[in-house]
Design a protein around this ligand. Structure first.
Ligand SMILES: Cc1ncc(COP(=O)(O)O)c(C=O)c1O
Length: 382
């Protein structure tokens, strides 16, 4: 049972409830099956688990409802989901992307899809003039992150949708950092919402998964066809883990965000740090815009140590915050984008964008806030 008027925190709490017509199991069963017995009359609602599976369908249903009743497809990773977005295009098409997109997205468009005839431009999507100048007659996709990874740059969702549509292109928004509980790009005219569900949606650093939520049925149908044809789908066990993890999404994000605000303030006042990137800090470019289009600042913070050589010793001294890639889980993780998440970008591009060796990206977890603050204080250069 569900009610279309339910708020997002109720939708997540009830994720997967009511999907067992046989025994009434509260939790969605893990339909660990490849195929489905059918009668001589033909297939029932399911025929083969690459095409669809009830456990995966239950997850897709929740993700779609969280974006306002849209249709979702669930993939085996965030990159498989982004690959499906690229598969909507054809050879000769051009793509505009946020300049500091996740390094894996850059690699996918630059290496894999360039070989199939897609070309891409990376622009500062905060600046509408730069975006406007990047359009070509062949531009069919604008792919943005807001806030971006790792510099938390803010892009105007409604303006990007308007510009993309005026050029007969679609707008895809990687909303991994925010989730639908903080930002719903479809409400601003975006055509596709992209998730690495590995991060906040699953939330426990134990599943790799992705999702696409489409703004209209035609696009949703095209994506479902691509998912079935290319096969990068999520299995039933991992789908169930996300159905379970997502129940606490609202609680997790609220707590992570509250700690992130306190940590951003601490970092901002620390003499060893030259810049802090966090949408709630008053000097963050695009702060007003972010607060208009998002319901909160999120729990990702990037910052720059003035002395680049202090990065290694700082990371080594951390006890509670774990040096590791990925983000959005219950454990706080700290990443070195220059050498890790963004190493796919040529060094000159990284440096030009500000992804230098002094930059660190912190994903704030659900640990006790004071333990996190104390850990940073003892590890930062005095
Ligand atoms: C913003 C963003 N999008 C997409 C991805 C790719 O997701 P996955 O690792 O689930 O393939 C990542 C991974 O770090 C990410 O940070």
């Amino acid at each position: 049972m569900s009610n279309p008027r339910w708020h997002a925190d109720t939708i997540v709490a009830h994720a997967g409830v009511g999907n067992d017509p046989v025994y009434g199991s509260l939790s969605t069963p893990i339909y660990q099956t490849v195929t489905y017995q059918h009668t001589s009359a033909g297939f029932g609602p399911y025929d083969y688990s690459r095409t669809d599976n009830p456990t995966r369908a239950a997850l897709a249903d929740v993700l779609g409802r969280l974006e306002g009743g849209a249709k979702a497809s669930v993939f085996g990773s965030g990159m498989a989901a982004i690959t499906a977005v690229a598969h909507l295009l054809r050879a000769g098409d051009h793509v505009i992307l946020t300049q500091d997109v996740y390094g894996g997205t850059y690699r996918l468009f630059e290496d894999t899809f360039a070989k199939f005839g897609l070309s891409s431009s990376y622009v500062d999507t905060r600046d509408p003039d730069q975006v406007y100048a990047a359009f070509k007659p062949s531009t069919r996709l604008v792919f943005i992150e807001t806030p971006s990874n790792p510099l938390l740059q803010i892009t105007d969702l409604a303006l990007m949708a308007e510009m993309a549509h005026a050029h007969h292109a679609i707008l895809a928004v990687d909303n991994t950092f925010m989730t639908s509980l903080r930002q719903r790009p479809l409400d601003f005219g975006a055509d596709i919402v992209v998730y690495s569900a590995t991060k906040y949606l699953a939330g426990h650093n134990d599943v790799v998964a992705g999702a696409l939520i489409a703004g209209n049925d035609d696009l949703a149908e095209q994506i479902a066809i691509i998912a079935n044809a290319s096969g990068g789908i999520l299995g039933p066990w991992d789908s169930w883990l996300i159905l379970r993890g997502i129940k606490t999404l609202d609680l997790r994000i609220s707590r992570q965000e509250a700690s992130a605000v306190a940590i951003a303030q601490l970092l901002n006042e620390h003499p060893a740090i030259s810049v802090v990137y966090y949408p709630l800090l008053p000097n963050h470019r695009g702060q007003d815009l972010h607060l208009r289009q998002a319901a909160g600042p999120g729990a990702m913070i990037s910052f720059r140590l003035s002395d680049e050589s202090a990065v290694g010793p700082f990371m080594d001294k951390l006890q509670c915050i774990i040096p590791a890639v990925s983000l959005g889980g219950v454990e706080s993780l700290i990443t070195h984008p220059f050498n890790e998440t963004h190493r796919e970008l040529p060094e000159s591009v990284r440096r030009e964008l500000g992804i230098t060796p002094g930059l660190l990206r912190l994903s704030v977890g659900i640990e006790n806030q004071n333990d996190l603050l104390d850990d940073l204080k003892q590890a930062l250069p005095h």
